[in-house]
Structures are given as C-alpha cells and as structure tokens.
Design a protein around this ligand. Sequence first.
Ligand code: SF4
Ligand code: MG
Length: 278
Amino acid sequence: MEAVARKYVAKDYKSDLKPVWCPGCGDYAVLNAVTRALAEMSLPPEQVALVSGIGCSSRIPAYTRAYGFHGVHGRALPVATGLKLARPDLTVIVTGGDGDGFSIGGNHFLHACRRNVDLTYIVMDNQVYGMTKGQASPTTAPDWEGSKLTPDGTGINPFQPLVVGLASGANFISRVSSSDPKNMARIIVEAIQHPGFSLVQVLSPCVTFRPEQSEWRDIVRTAAVDFTDDAARAARRLMTDDGFNVGKVLYKGQRPPYRPEFEKTRGSVAELEAGFAL
Ligand code: SF4
Ligand code: MG
C-alpha cells in the first residue's frame, strides 16, 4: 500500500519553550510565519535546520522542533553554508537580526550572497541592538537619538541590506512586514523554493527600545510592482525605495546555486581527527 504523506500544521514545528520576547515584539509574527511556511510545504521537521547567531531574533531555533544551531555572534551564515554543503537534502533556514547579520556578520553576509548556496536568510530588522539594550545598529537612521552611546545620533548613513545583497549576488530578494504574517509565510515559502541564496528582510519592530516602530504597521505599503529577474532594474527600484515597500518578491535571479560535488567521507570521525592532529 502506498504511504500517505503526513500533513503538518504550524504547531507541529513549535517547541515547548515559551518565547521570552517582550510582549508586542515583531519576532513573534516571524516565528509564526516560519512555522506556517514549513507546514504549507509539509516539510518533516527532521528535514529542516534553523541556524542563528546571537540576539533576540536569533532565539528562533530554540522555539522550533526542527534541527537547530544557536551559534555565536555573526557566524550563522558560515555554519549554515557548511551544513547545507554537507547535507544538501536538508532545508536550511538562517534567522537573525540586523546587528548580528550586517555588523558582526557583515563580511559573511557579502560572501554568502556571492557564493549563492541554497539557503534562506530571514533577517528581522528593527534598526537597533535589542538584546544588549538599545544601541544603534548598522541599519539605524543617522539622526536616531535614543541611545546614550550616540546621544546626537550616529551621523552615519544606514547600511542598505537589500541593495548590498543584490550587488553581492543574492538570488532572491524580498522585504516583508511582521504586521502581515500570512503574507510573510507565503514569501518564505517562495524563498525556500527558489534555488540559491534567498534574502528576506522583515521589518520587525523592537517595541521596547524603538517604541516608535509600532507605527510601521501604518506606514508600510504593498510594493506596486512584481518581481523582476533583471538585476539592474531591481537595483534601480531598491535605490529609489524608502524602505517601506513590502509584501512582494523584488528580485528572482537565475544564477545556479553553488553545489560542489564532494567525495563521500571515508573513515570514522576519530580517524579524521587523527589526520588533523599536530
Ligand atoms: Fe523584541 Fe526588542 Fe524586546 Fe528584543 S528587546 S525581544 S527585539 S522588543
Ligand atoms: Mg536588531
């Protein structure tokens, strides 16, 4: 008799750990959207790995039942790259924040886009370091005066993740809002299904250190245009964008993902370790 594929619901991917995020944090919606997307794709939890660095949003792997790796600051992408190359059968999703991904992990971000390994990178961007109590991050506006460390603002233009991602070779680019988790789940499904490195920026408010971001839900608007596969056209759109066009895929490239063929490892782990002994 033919086996019937199991149907999953979002709850099947959630762990028993209760999130410790502040009430109203945008990251709750991202956890819901990720688990909803996995359910829509009916991916068995043991076929999925979530990898993160450090920060409020990097707690997501602990709140799911898939395989998880909670690494060190800024290093989620190299860990995920190694995992995907060693286990191409797994769906590997990377979750993190703007500080973790674009400052400490900025160099890894560039090269992950360039390598185009088949990963989905979901960045919860709240333009602040939330977990360390509210310092300016790479995406903070230059005139934000909310941190005692930068009382007159940073005076530095913010990092533009989608422009930099596109220029570095990301194969799929989208911006979504945590105020619309249903649409976010749909975009995450598309991001996972598109081959290569997929970048999803989530406008996810930090209600504690950036309370004014609660207004984002009224500011965001659905992007007027559908995706393009023309990088130059996507670049023009992103360069003239105010950062609040959300809810659509902006760019889908055709570059084949990096999938090197490895020789199967022979020997035990102990033998491999012995080979590296000094
Ligand atoms: Fe969310 Fe900010 Fe609280 Fe962190 S500090 S859990 S980002 S609201
Ligand atoms: Mg942040």
